[in-house]
Design a binder for this molecule. Structure first.
Ligand SMILES: Cc1cc2nc3c(=O)[nH]c(=O)nc-3n(C[C@H](O)[C@H](O)[C@H](O)COP(=O)(O)OP(=O)(O)OC[C@H]3O[C@@H](n4cnc5c(N)ncnc54)[C@H](O)[C@@H]3O)c2cc1C
Length: 410
């Protein structure tokens, strides 16, 4: 079967690229191992009990990507009751220094939104299933790849042969396409895991994302939906947050082994009880963290997007934000290509690589340096970094740059 574009990987990046090409003249194939888990654990909204069905993996989506998700028609279908706006961010250093940003200071409505991974994946999945220029191969996985002068050819595990002018690898960190397409990658494990879990808390989060640089890693609390003020006679809604604690492997294992009450107490205490007492509402999970650098993300008839193209530390929450922007930029270039142009030509793909290189390197460099700065135990460094944070809080130019970085406005 012949296509213009074949996408391997129907995670958030691959699905977003497919959706963004909906109105184009291109014939698309999407190859995915398995469909995404249903949103809200398969239960419907309030009926399911408000604390149930939450996904442990929550993303902080930048305003630029909320706009992209609106443009591709997905945002309006997300359940608004499960989306929380972020109006402020508070970062606390290991010596007590503080840095605060607000949407008001940044001159924007929101600094971002928090959404469940499964909520976005389920909606994007439904959307590609309805897409008239797309053929879905699922469950399916590629077995062999041959790149020829005119086409990339995939043989699937079931023997089906697909070919296209362009093959896009959106198949995550351990990308099969990257490996079989001969694109090199260096993966440097941080020796840390990101422990994620959601909690109900006794105090309102006031739409504020909080982050602590601690001796045992970086602890982040993101506001979750359901923080409304209680009106008499209304259903009781509780305050909720999502945690990502990026911490050395041994400490991550210790956290995962704690009974729910002890974990809730440990996490609440680590944040100085800023939001009162906690109760665990989703089981804790953990993911290994590494810095993945891919010097070349394109080759003739081949392009990588999302985690297949880069891996960053979750301390800045930029992972899927970078992936969505990869999808947006690549889709714009492909859709704008005139009919006579070969969409798999290196000339066209090099424009995608150039357009994405700067932001990706900047995010990787900044998060890696920040992590290093707060992990190092060199004498004097602790006070230096905390003085730096306090200074940044008082210098409007530096602060403005940091806000722009945080909201993905570079
Ligand atoms: C602890 C933690 C917290 C995070 N928090 C945030 C956050 O707050 N904000 C943020 O933006 N990012 C965050 N991230 C990063 C984010 O999870 C990833 O950047 C994102 O999931 C990448 O999406 P993707 O579509 O590129 O890849 P994936 O989600 O890995 O999707 C790849 C898809 O390809 C499919 N696939 C793989 N191989 C094959 C194959 N051979 N054949 C067919 N299909 C295949 C898989 O089934 C999957 O569906 C976090 C990451 C971690 C570890």
């Amino acid at each position: 079967m012949r296509f213009d574009v074949m996408i391997v990987g129907g995670g958030l990046a691959g699905l977003a690229l497919a959706c963004a090409l909906r109105a184009s003249r291109l014939k698309i194939a999407l190859v995915e191992n398995h469909p995404p888990a249903p949103a809200n654990g398969g239960k419907s909204g309030w009926d399911s009990g408000w604390d149930s069905g939450w996904d442990s993996r929550i993303y902080a989506i930048s305003p630029a990507n909320a706009d992209f998700l609106r443009e591709i028609g997905a945002w309006k279908h997300f359940d608004a009751r499960r989306i929380a706006a972020i109006h402020a961010m508070q970062i606390v250093g290991d010596g007590g220094a503080q840095l605060e940003f607000s949407a008001y200071e940044a001159g924007v409505g929101e600094l971002g939104w928090t959404l469940e991974s499964s909520l976005m994946a389920a909606e994007l999945w439904q959307s590609v299933k309805r897409q008239s220029n797309l053929t879905l191969f699922c469950p399916a996985a590629p077995r062999t790849l041959a790149i020829g002068a005119d086409a990339a050819q995939l043989t699937l595990a079931n023997g089906q042969i697909l070919s296209a002018s362009l093959l896009v690898g959106a198949d995550g960190r351990d990308s099969w396409v990257r490996e079989h397409g001969g694109l090199e990658a260096s993966n440097i494990p941080y020796g840390e895991m990101g422990v994620v879990a959601n909690f109900a808390c006794t105090r309102a989060h006031r739409a504020t994302a909080r982050q602590w640089f601690r001796d045992d890693g970086v602890l982040a609390w993101l506001p979750l939906a359901g923080d409304e003020t209680q009106e008499p006679g209304q259903e009781r809604r509780r305050h909720r947050i999502s945690m990502v604690w990026s911490t050395p492997d041994a400490h991550a294992c210790e956290l995962l082994a704690l009974p729910p009450e002890a974990l809730a107490e440990r996490v609440a205490a680590a944040g100085g009880k800023a939001l009162g007492d906690f109760e665990l509402i989703t089981p804790a999970a953990a993911f290994p963290l590494s810095l993945l650098r891919v010097p070349r993300t394109v080759a003739p008839r081949l392009a990588l997007i999302g985690d297949a193209a880069h891996g960053v530390h979750p301390l800045s929450g930029h992972g899927i934000n970078l992936g969505y922007q990869d999808a947006r930029v690549l889709a714009e270039l492909l859709a704008a290509a005139p009919e006579w142009q070969d969409v798999g030509s290196l000339r066209l793909l090099a424009r995608y690589q150039r357009a994405r290189r700067e932001e990706t390197l900047l995010v990787q460099y900044t998060t890696d340096t920040l992590r290093w700065l707060f992990r190092e135990k060199l004498p004097g460094l602790k006070s230096l970094r905390n003085v730096g944070m306090n200074l940044s809080d008082r210098l409007p130019v530096v602060k403005n740059l940091l806000i722009r970085y945080a909201i993905g406005a570079f």
